[in-house]
Design a protein around this ligand. Structure first.
Ligand code: CA
Length: 511
């Protein structure tokens, strides 16, 4: 926390800044980057010195949560400051670009606005003076980018490097008489986790520590975990594992071979061919998955460093807010999983590091409960723009200034709709307080209750266990209160994911 006198000085600096000195904003967001793969958050699996720097120079928030843990819905929630049931994107729907967004409001307020990288909302970006986006999920190698005028293929280039180059071009070519708002949204580290050659080499053969819950048996949990298909042991494909197809296959055979989830893999160890199955194979798959996942993150970290260096040398650092976050969390073998969607901690928590020289005291941390719908109000308040009443989030600026309001939220509401989707993950909603979590799988009428203080890994479902009746009643009441407060009237309770697979949006020309 900030010392009182310093807080007063910093507060005065922030609130009395003249309009002409409105801060620039660089909003860096990666895709599926779990907080526990960032060293500032205590990662056991990698080091991210450049991302960490934002926390050292500013604030690290430890309890930022996504309201619907999946890519497109989280992006819509961030832009609109609204939950999925109000912003119209509960699953992979196309975002209605006529809706009010933080980008439009900042543009109207005189900001020069830019969007570079992964957009994944199914409609062209609106509210941006300049945009260059990946079509759908985009490609790691030789990526194509769309603009309002056409498309460009970057042959021989790696996507994370190109996004950073385009962001730097935006900064250099922007009108200098306006503040700017720039979204730098990386594709990495989204599946299929394809690193560039230098980072692949950096992680090749590196042994990654296994999470404590890799072998979670799901005892005491409901059907949802048993039925899910995002397991490291069973649901990684040969493409995910970067296995080489045998020669002589037709194109169709090759595609099918790569899409299969192998129950046996033969590797070469000490010059001998070894066929892996069962537990040994699951451990090997975890290593292959994590080596590639972390290698793509290392490129993101390098490129964050490159962008921060430019801010330093150009003098822009002084009056620019820089945020690093991800569209949701991710399972790094936790509970035996490799995706997101579930309301469990690893998927629910978003990393959030933010720097604003002269306003946010360096090296500070906050455990306040913040949400992805808070980002838009935060950027707006920082820019001196009124937050529209329809936005459901709340500006984080008081927290960033070290003065959390007395009435700040102590619980949050979550809802996931995409059922069954690619991973057969059951729809659910729930409440997380500072100490407990209650999850309701409504299509199954099944509940899970966790004590996050004594069981932070969420292994022991207390729902229906003797002695927890009063706690259950209290949490159900809080869940009902929050559900009503955010106006969730089950608008999309029976929503089905778009036909096809999760890549549906990616196949559209318009992204
Ligand atoms: Ca994502």
């Amino acid at each position: 926390m900030i010392r009182p006198l310093l807080a007063i000085i910093l507060s005065a600096f922030g609130s009395q800044a003249p309009a002409a000195d409105r801060p620039n904003v660089i909003f860096i967001m990666s895709d599926d980057h779990a907080a526990h793969a960032i060293s500032a958050y205590g990662s056991r699996v990698n080091q991210t010195p450049n991302i960490d720097r934002l926390g050292r120079d500013g604030m690290q928030l430890d309890n930022v949560f996504v309201t619907n843990s999946i890519c497109t819905p989280s992006r819509a929630a961030i832009l609109t400051g609204q939950y999925s049931h109000l912003n119209g994107v509960p699953v992979f729907n196309r975002f209605d670009s006529s809706r009010l967004t933080v980008a439009k409001l900042l543009q109207e307020a005189g900001y020069h606005t830019g969007m570079i990288g992964k957009w994944h909302l199914g409609s062209d970006p609106a509210g941006f003076d300049h945009w260059e986006i990946l079509p759908g999920q985009g490609a790691y190698a030789d990526p194509v980018f769309y603009t309002a005028d056409g498309e460009t293929k970057y042959t021989g280039r790696y996507v994370t490097d190109v996004i950073t180059d385009l962001a730097i071009d935006f900064l250099k070519s922007r009108p200098k008489d306006k503040p700017f708002f720039l979204m730098v949204h990386h594709k990495a580290p989204h599946r299929p986790w394809e690193p560039d050659a230098p980072h692949r080499a950096q992680f090749a053969g590196r042994w990654i520590p296994e999470p404590e819950t890799l072998w979670d048996s799901y005892a005491t949990r409901t059907d949802a975990l048993h039925e899910n298909q995002q397991r490291v042991a069973d649901d990684l494909t040969r493409r995910d594992l970067k296995l080489e197809p045998p020669s002589g296959l037709s194109d169709a055979e090759r595609t099918q071979w790569l899409a299969d989830e192998p129950a046996t893999v033969t590797i070469t160890r000490d010059g001998q061919a070894v066929a892996l199955t069962g537990e040994a194979l699951a451990r090997w798959k975890y290593q292959r998955y994590m080596q590639d996942y972390l290698a793509t993150i290392q490129s993101v970290d390098d490129n964050v460093g490159r962008l921060l260096a430019l801010l330093d040398t150009s003098g822009l650092a002084r009056n620019t807010i820089v945020v690093y976050t991800s569209d949701q969390g991710f399972f790094l073998g936790d509970h035996g999983l490799f995706d997101k969607r579930f309301m469990y901690e690893e998927s629910l928590r978003m990393p959030f590091l933010v720097r604003w020289p002269g306003v946010i005291a360096p090296g500070t941390r906050s455990d306040a409960i913040a949400l992805n719908v808070d980002f838009a109000p935060t950027f707006l308040e920082a820019a001196g723009v009124a937050v529209p009443a329809g936005m459901q989030g709340r500006s984080l600026l008081p927290i960033l200034r070290g003065r959390a309001p007395a009435d700040w939220r102590t619980s949050m509401y979550y809802r996931y709709y995409h059922d069954p989707g690619d991973h057969n993950t059951r729809a659910h909603y729930g409440v997380r307080t500072r100490t407990h979590k209650l999850i309701y799988f409504w299509k199954k009428d099944q509940w899970e209750l966790f004590d996050l203080v004594h069981d932070p890994s969420e292994l022991h479902n207390l729902y229906g266990q003797p002695g927890h009746e009063e706690l259950t009643r209290t949490l159900k009441a809080e869940l009902a209160r929050l559900k009503a407060a955010v106006h969730d009237e089950d608008q999309f309770a029976n929503e089905q994911p778009p036909s096809g697979v999760d890549g549906t949006v990616a196949k559209l020309r318009g992204k």
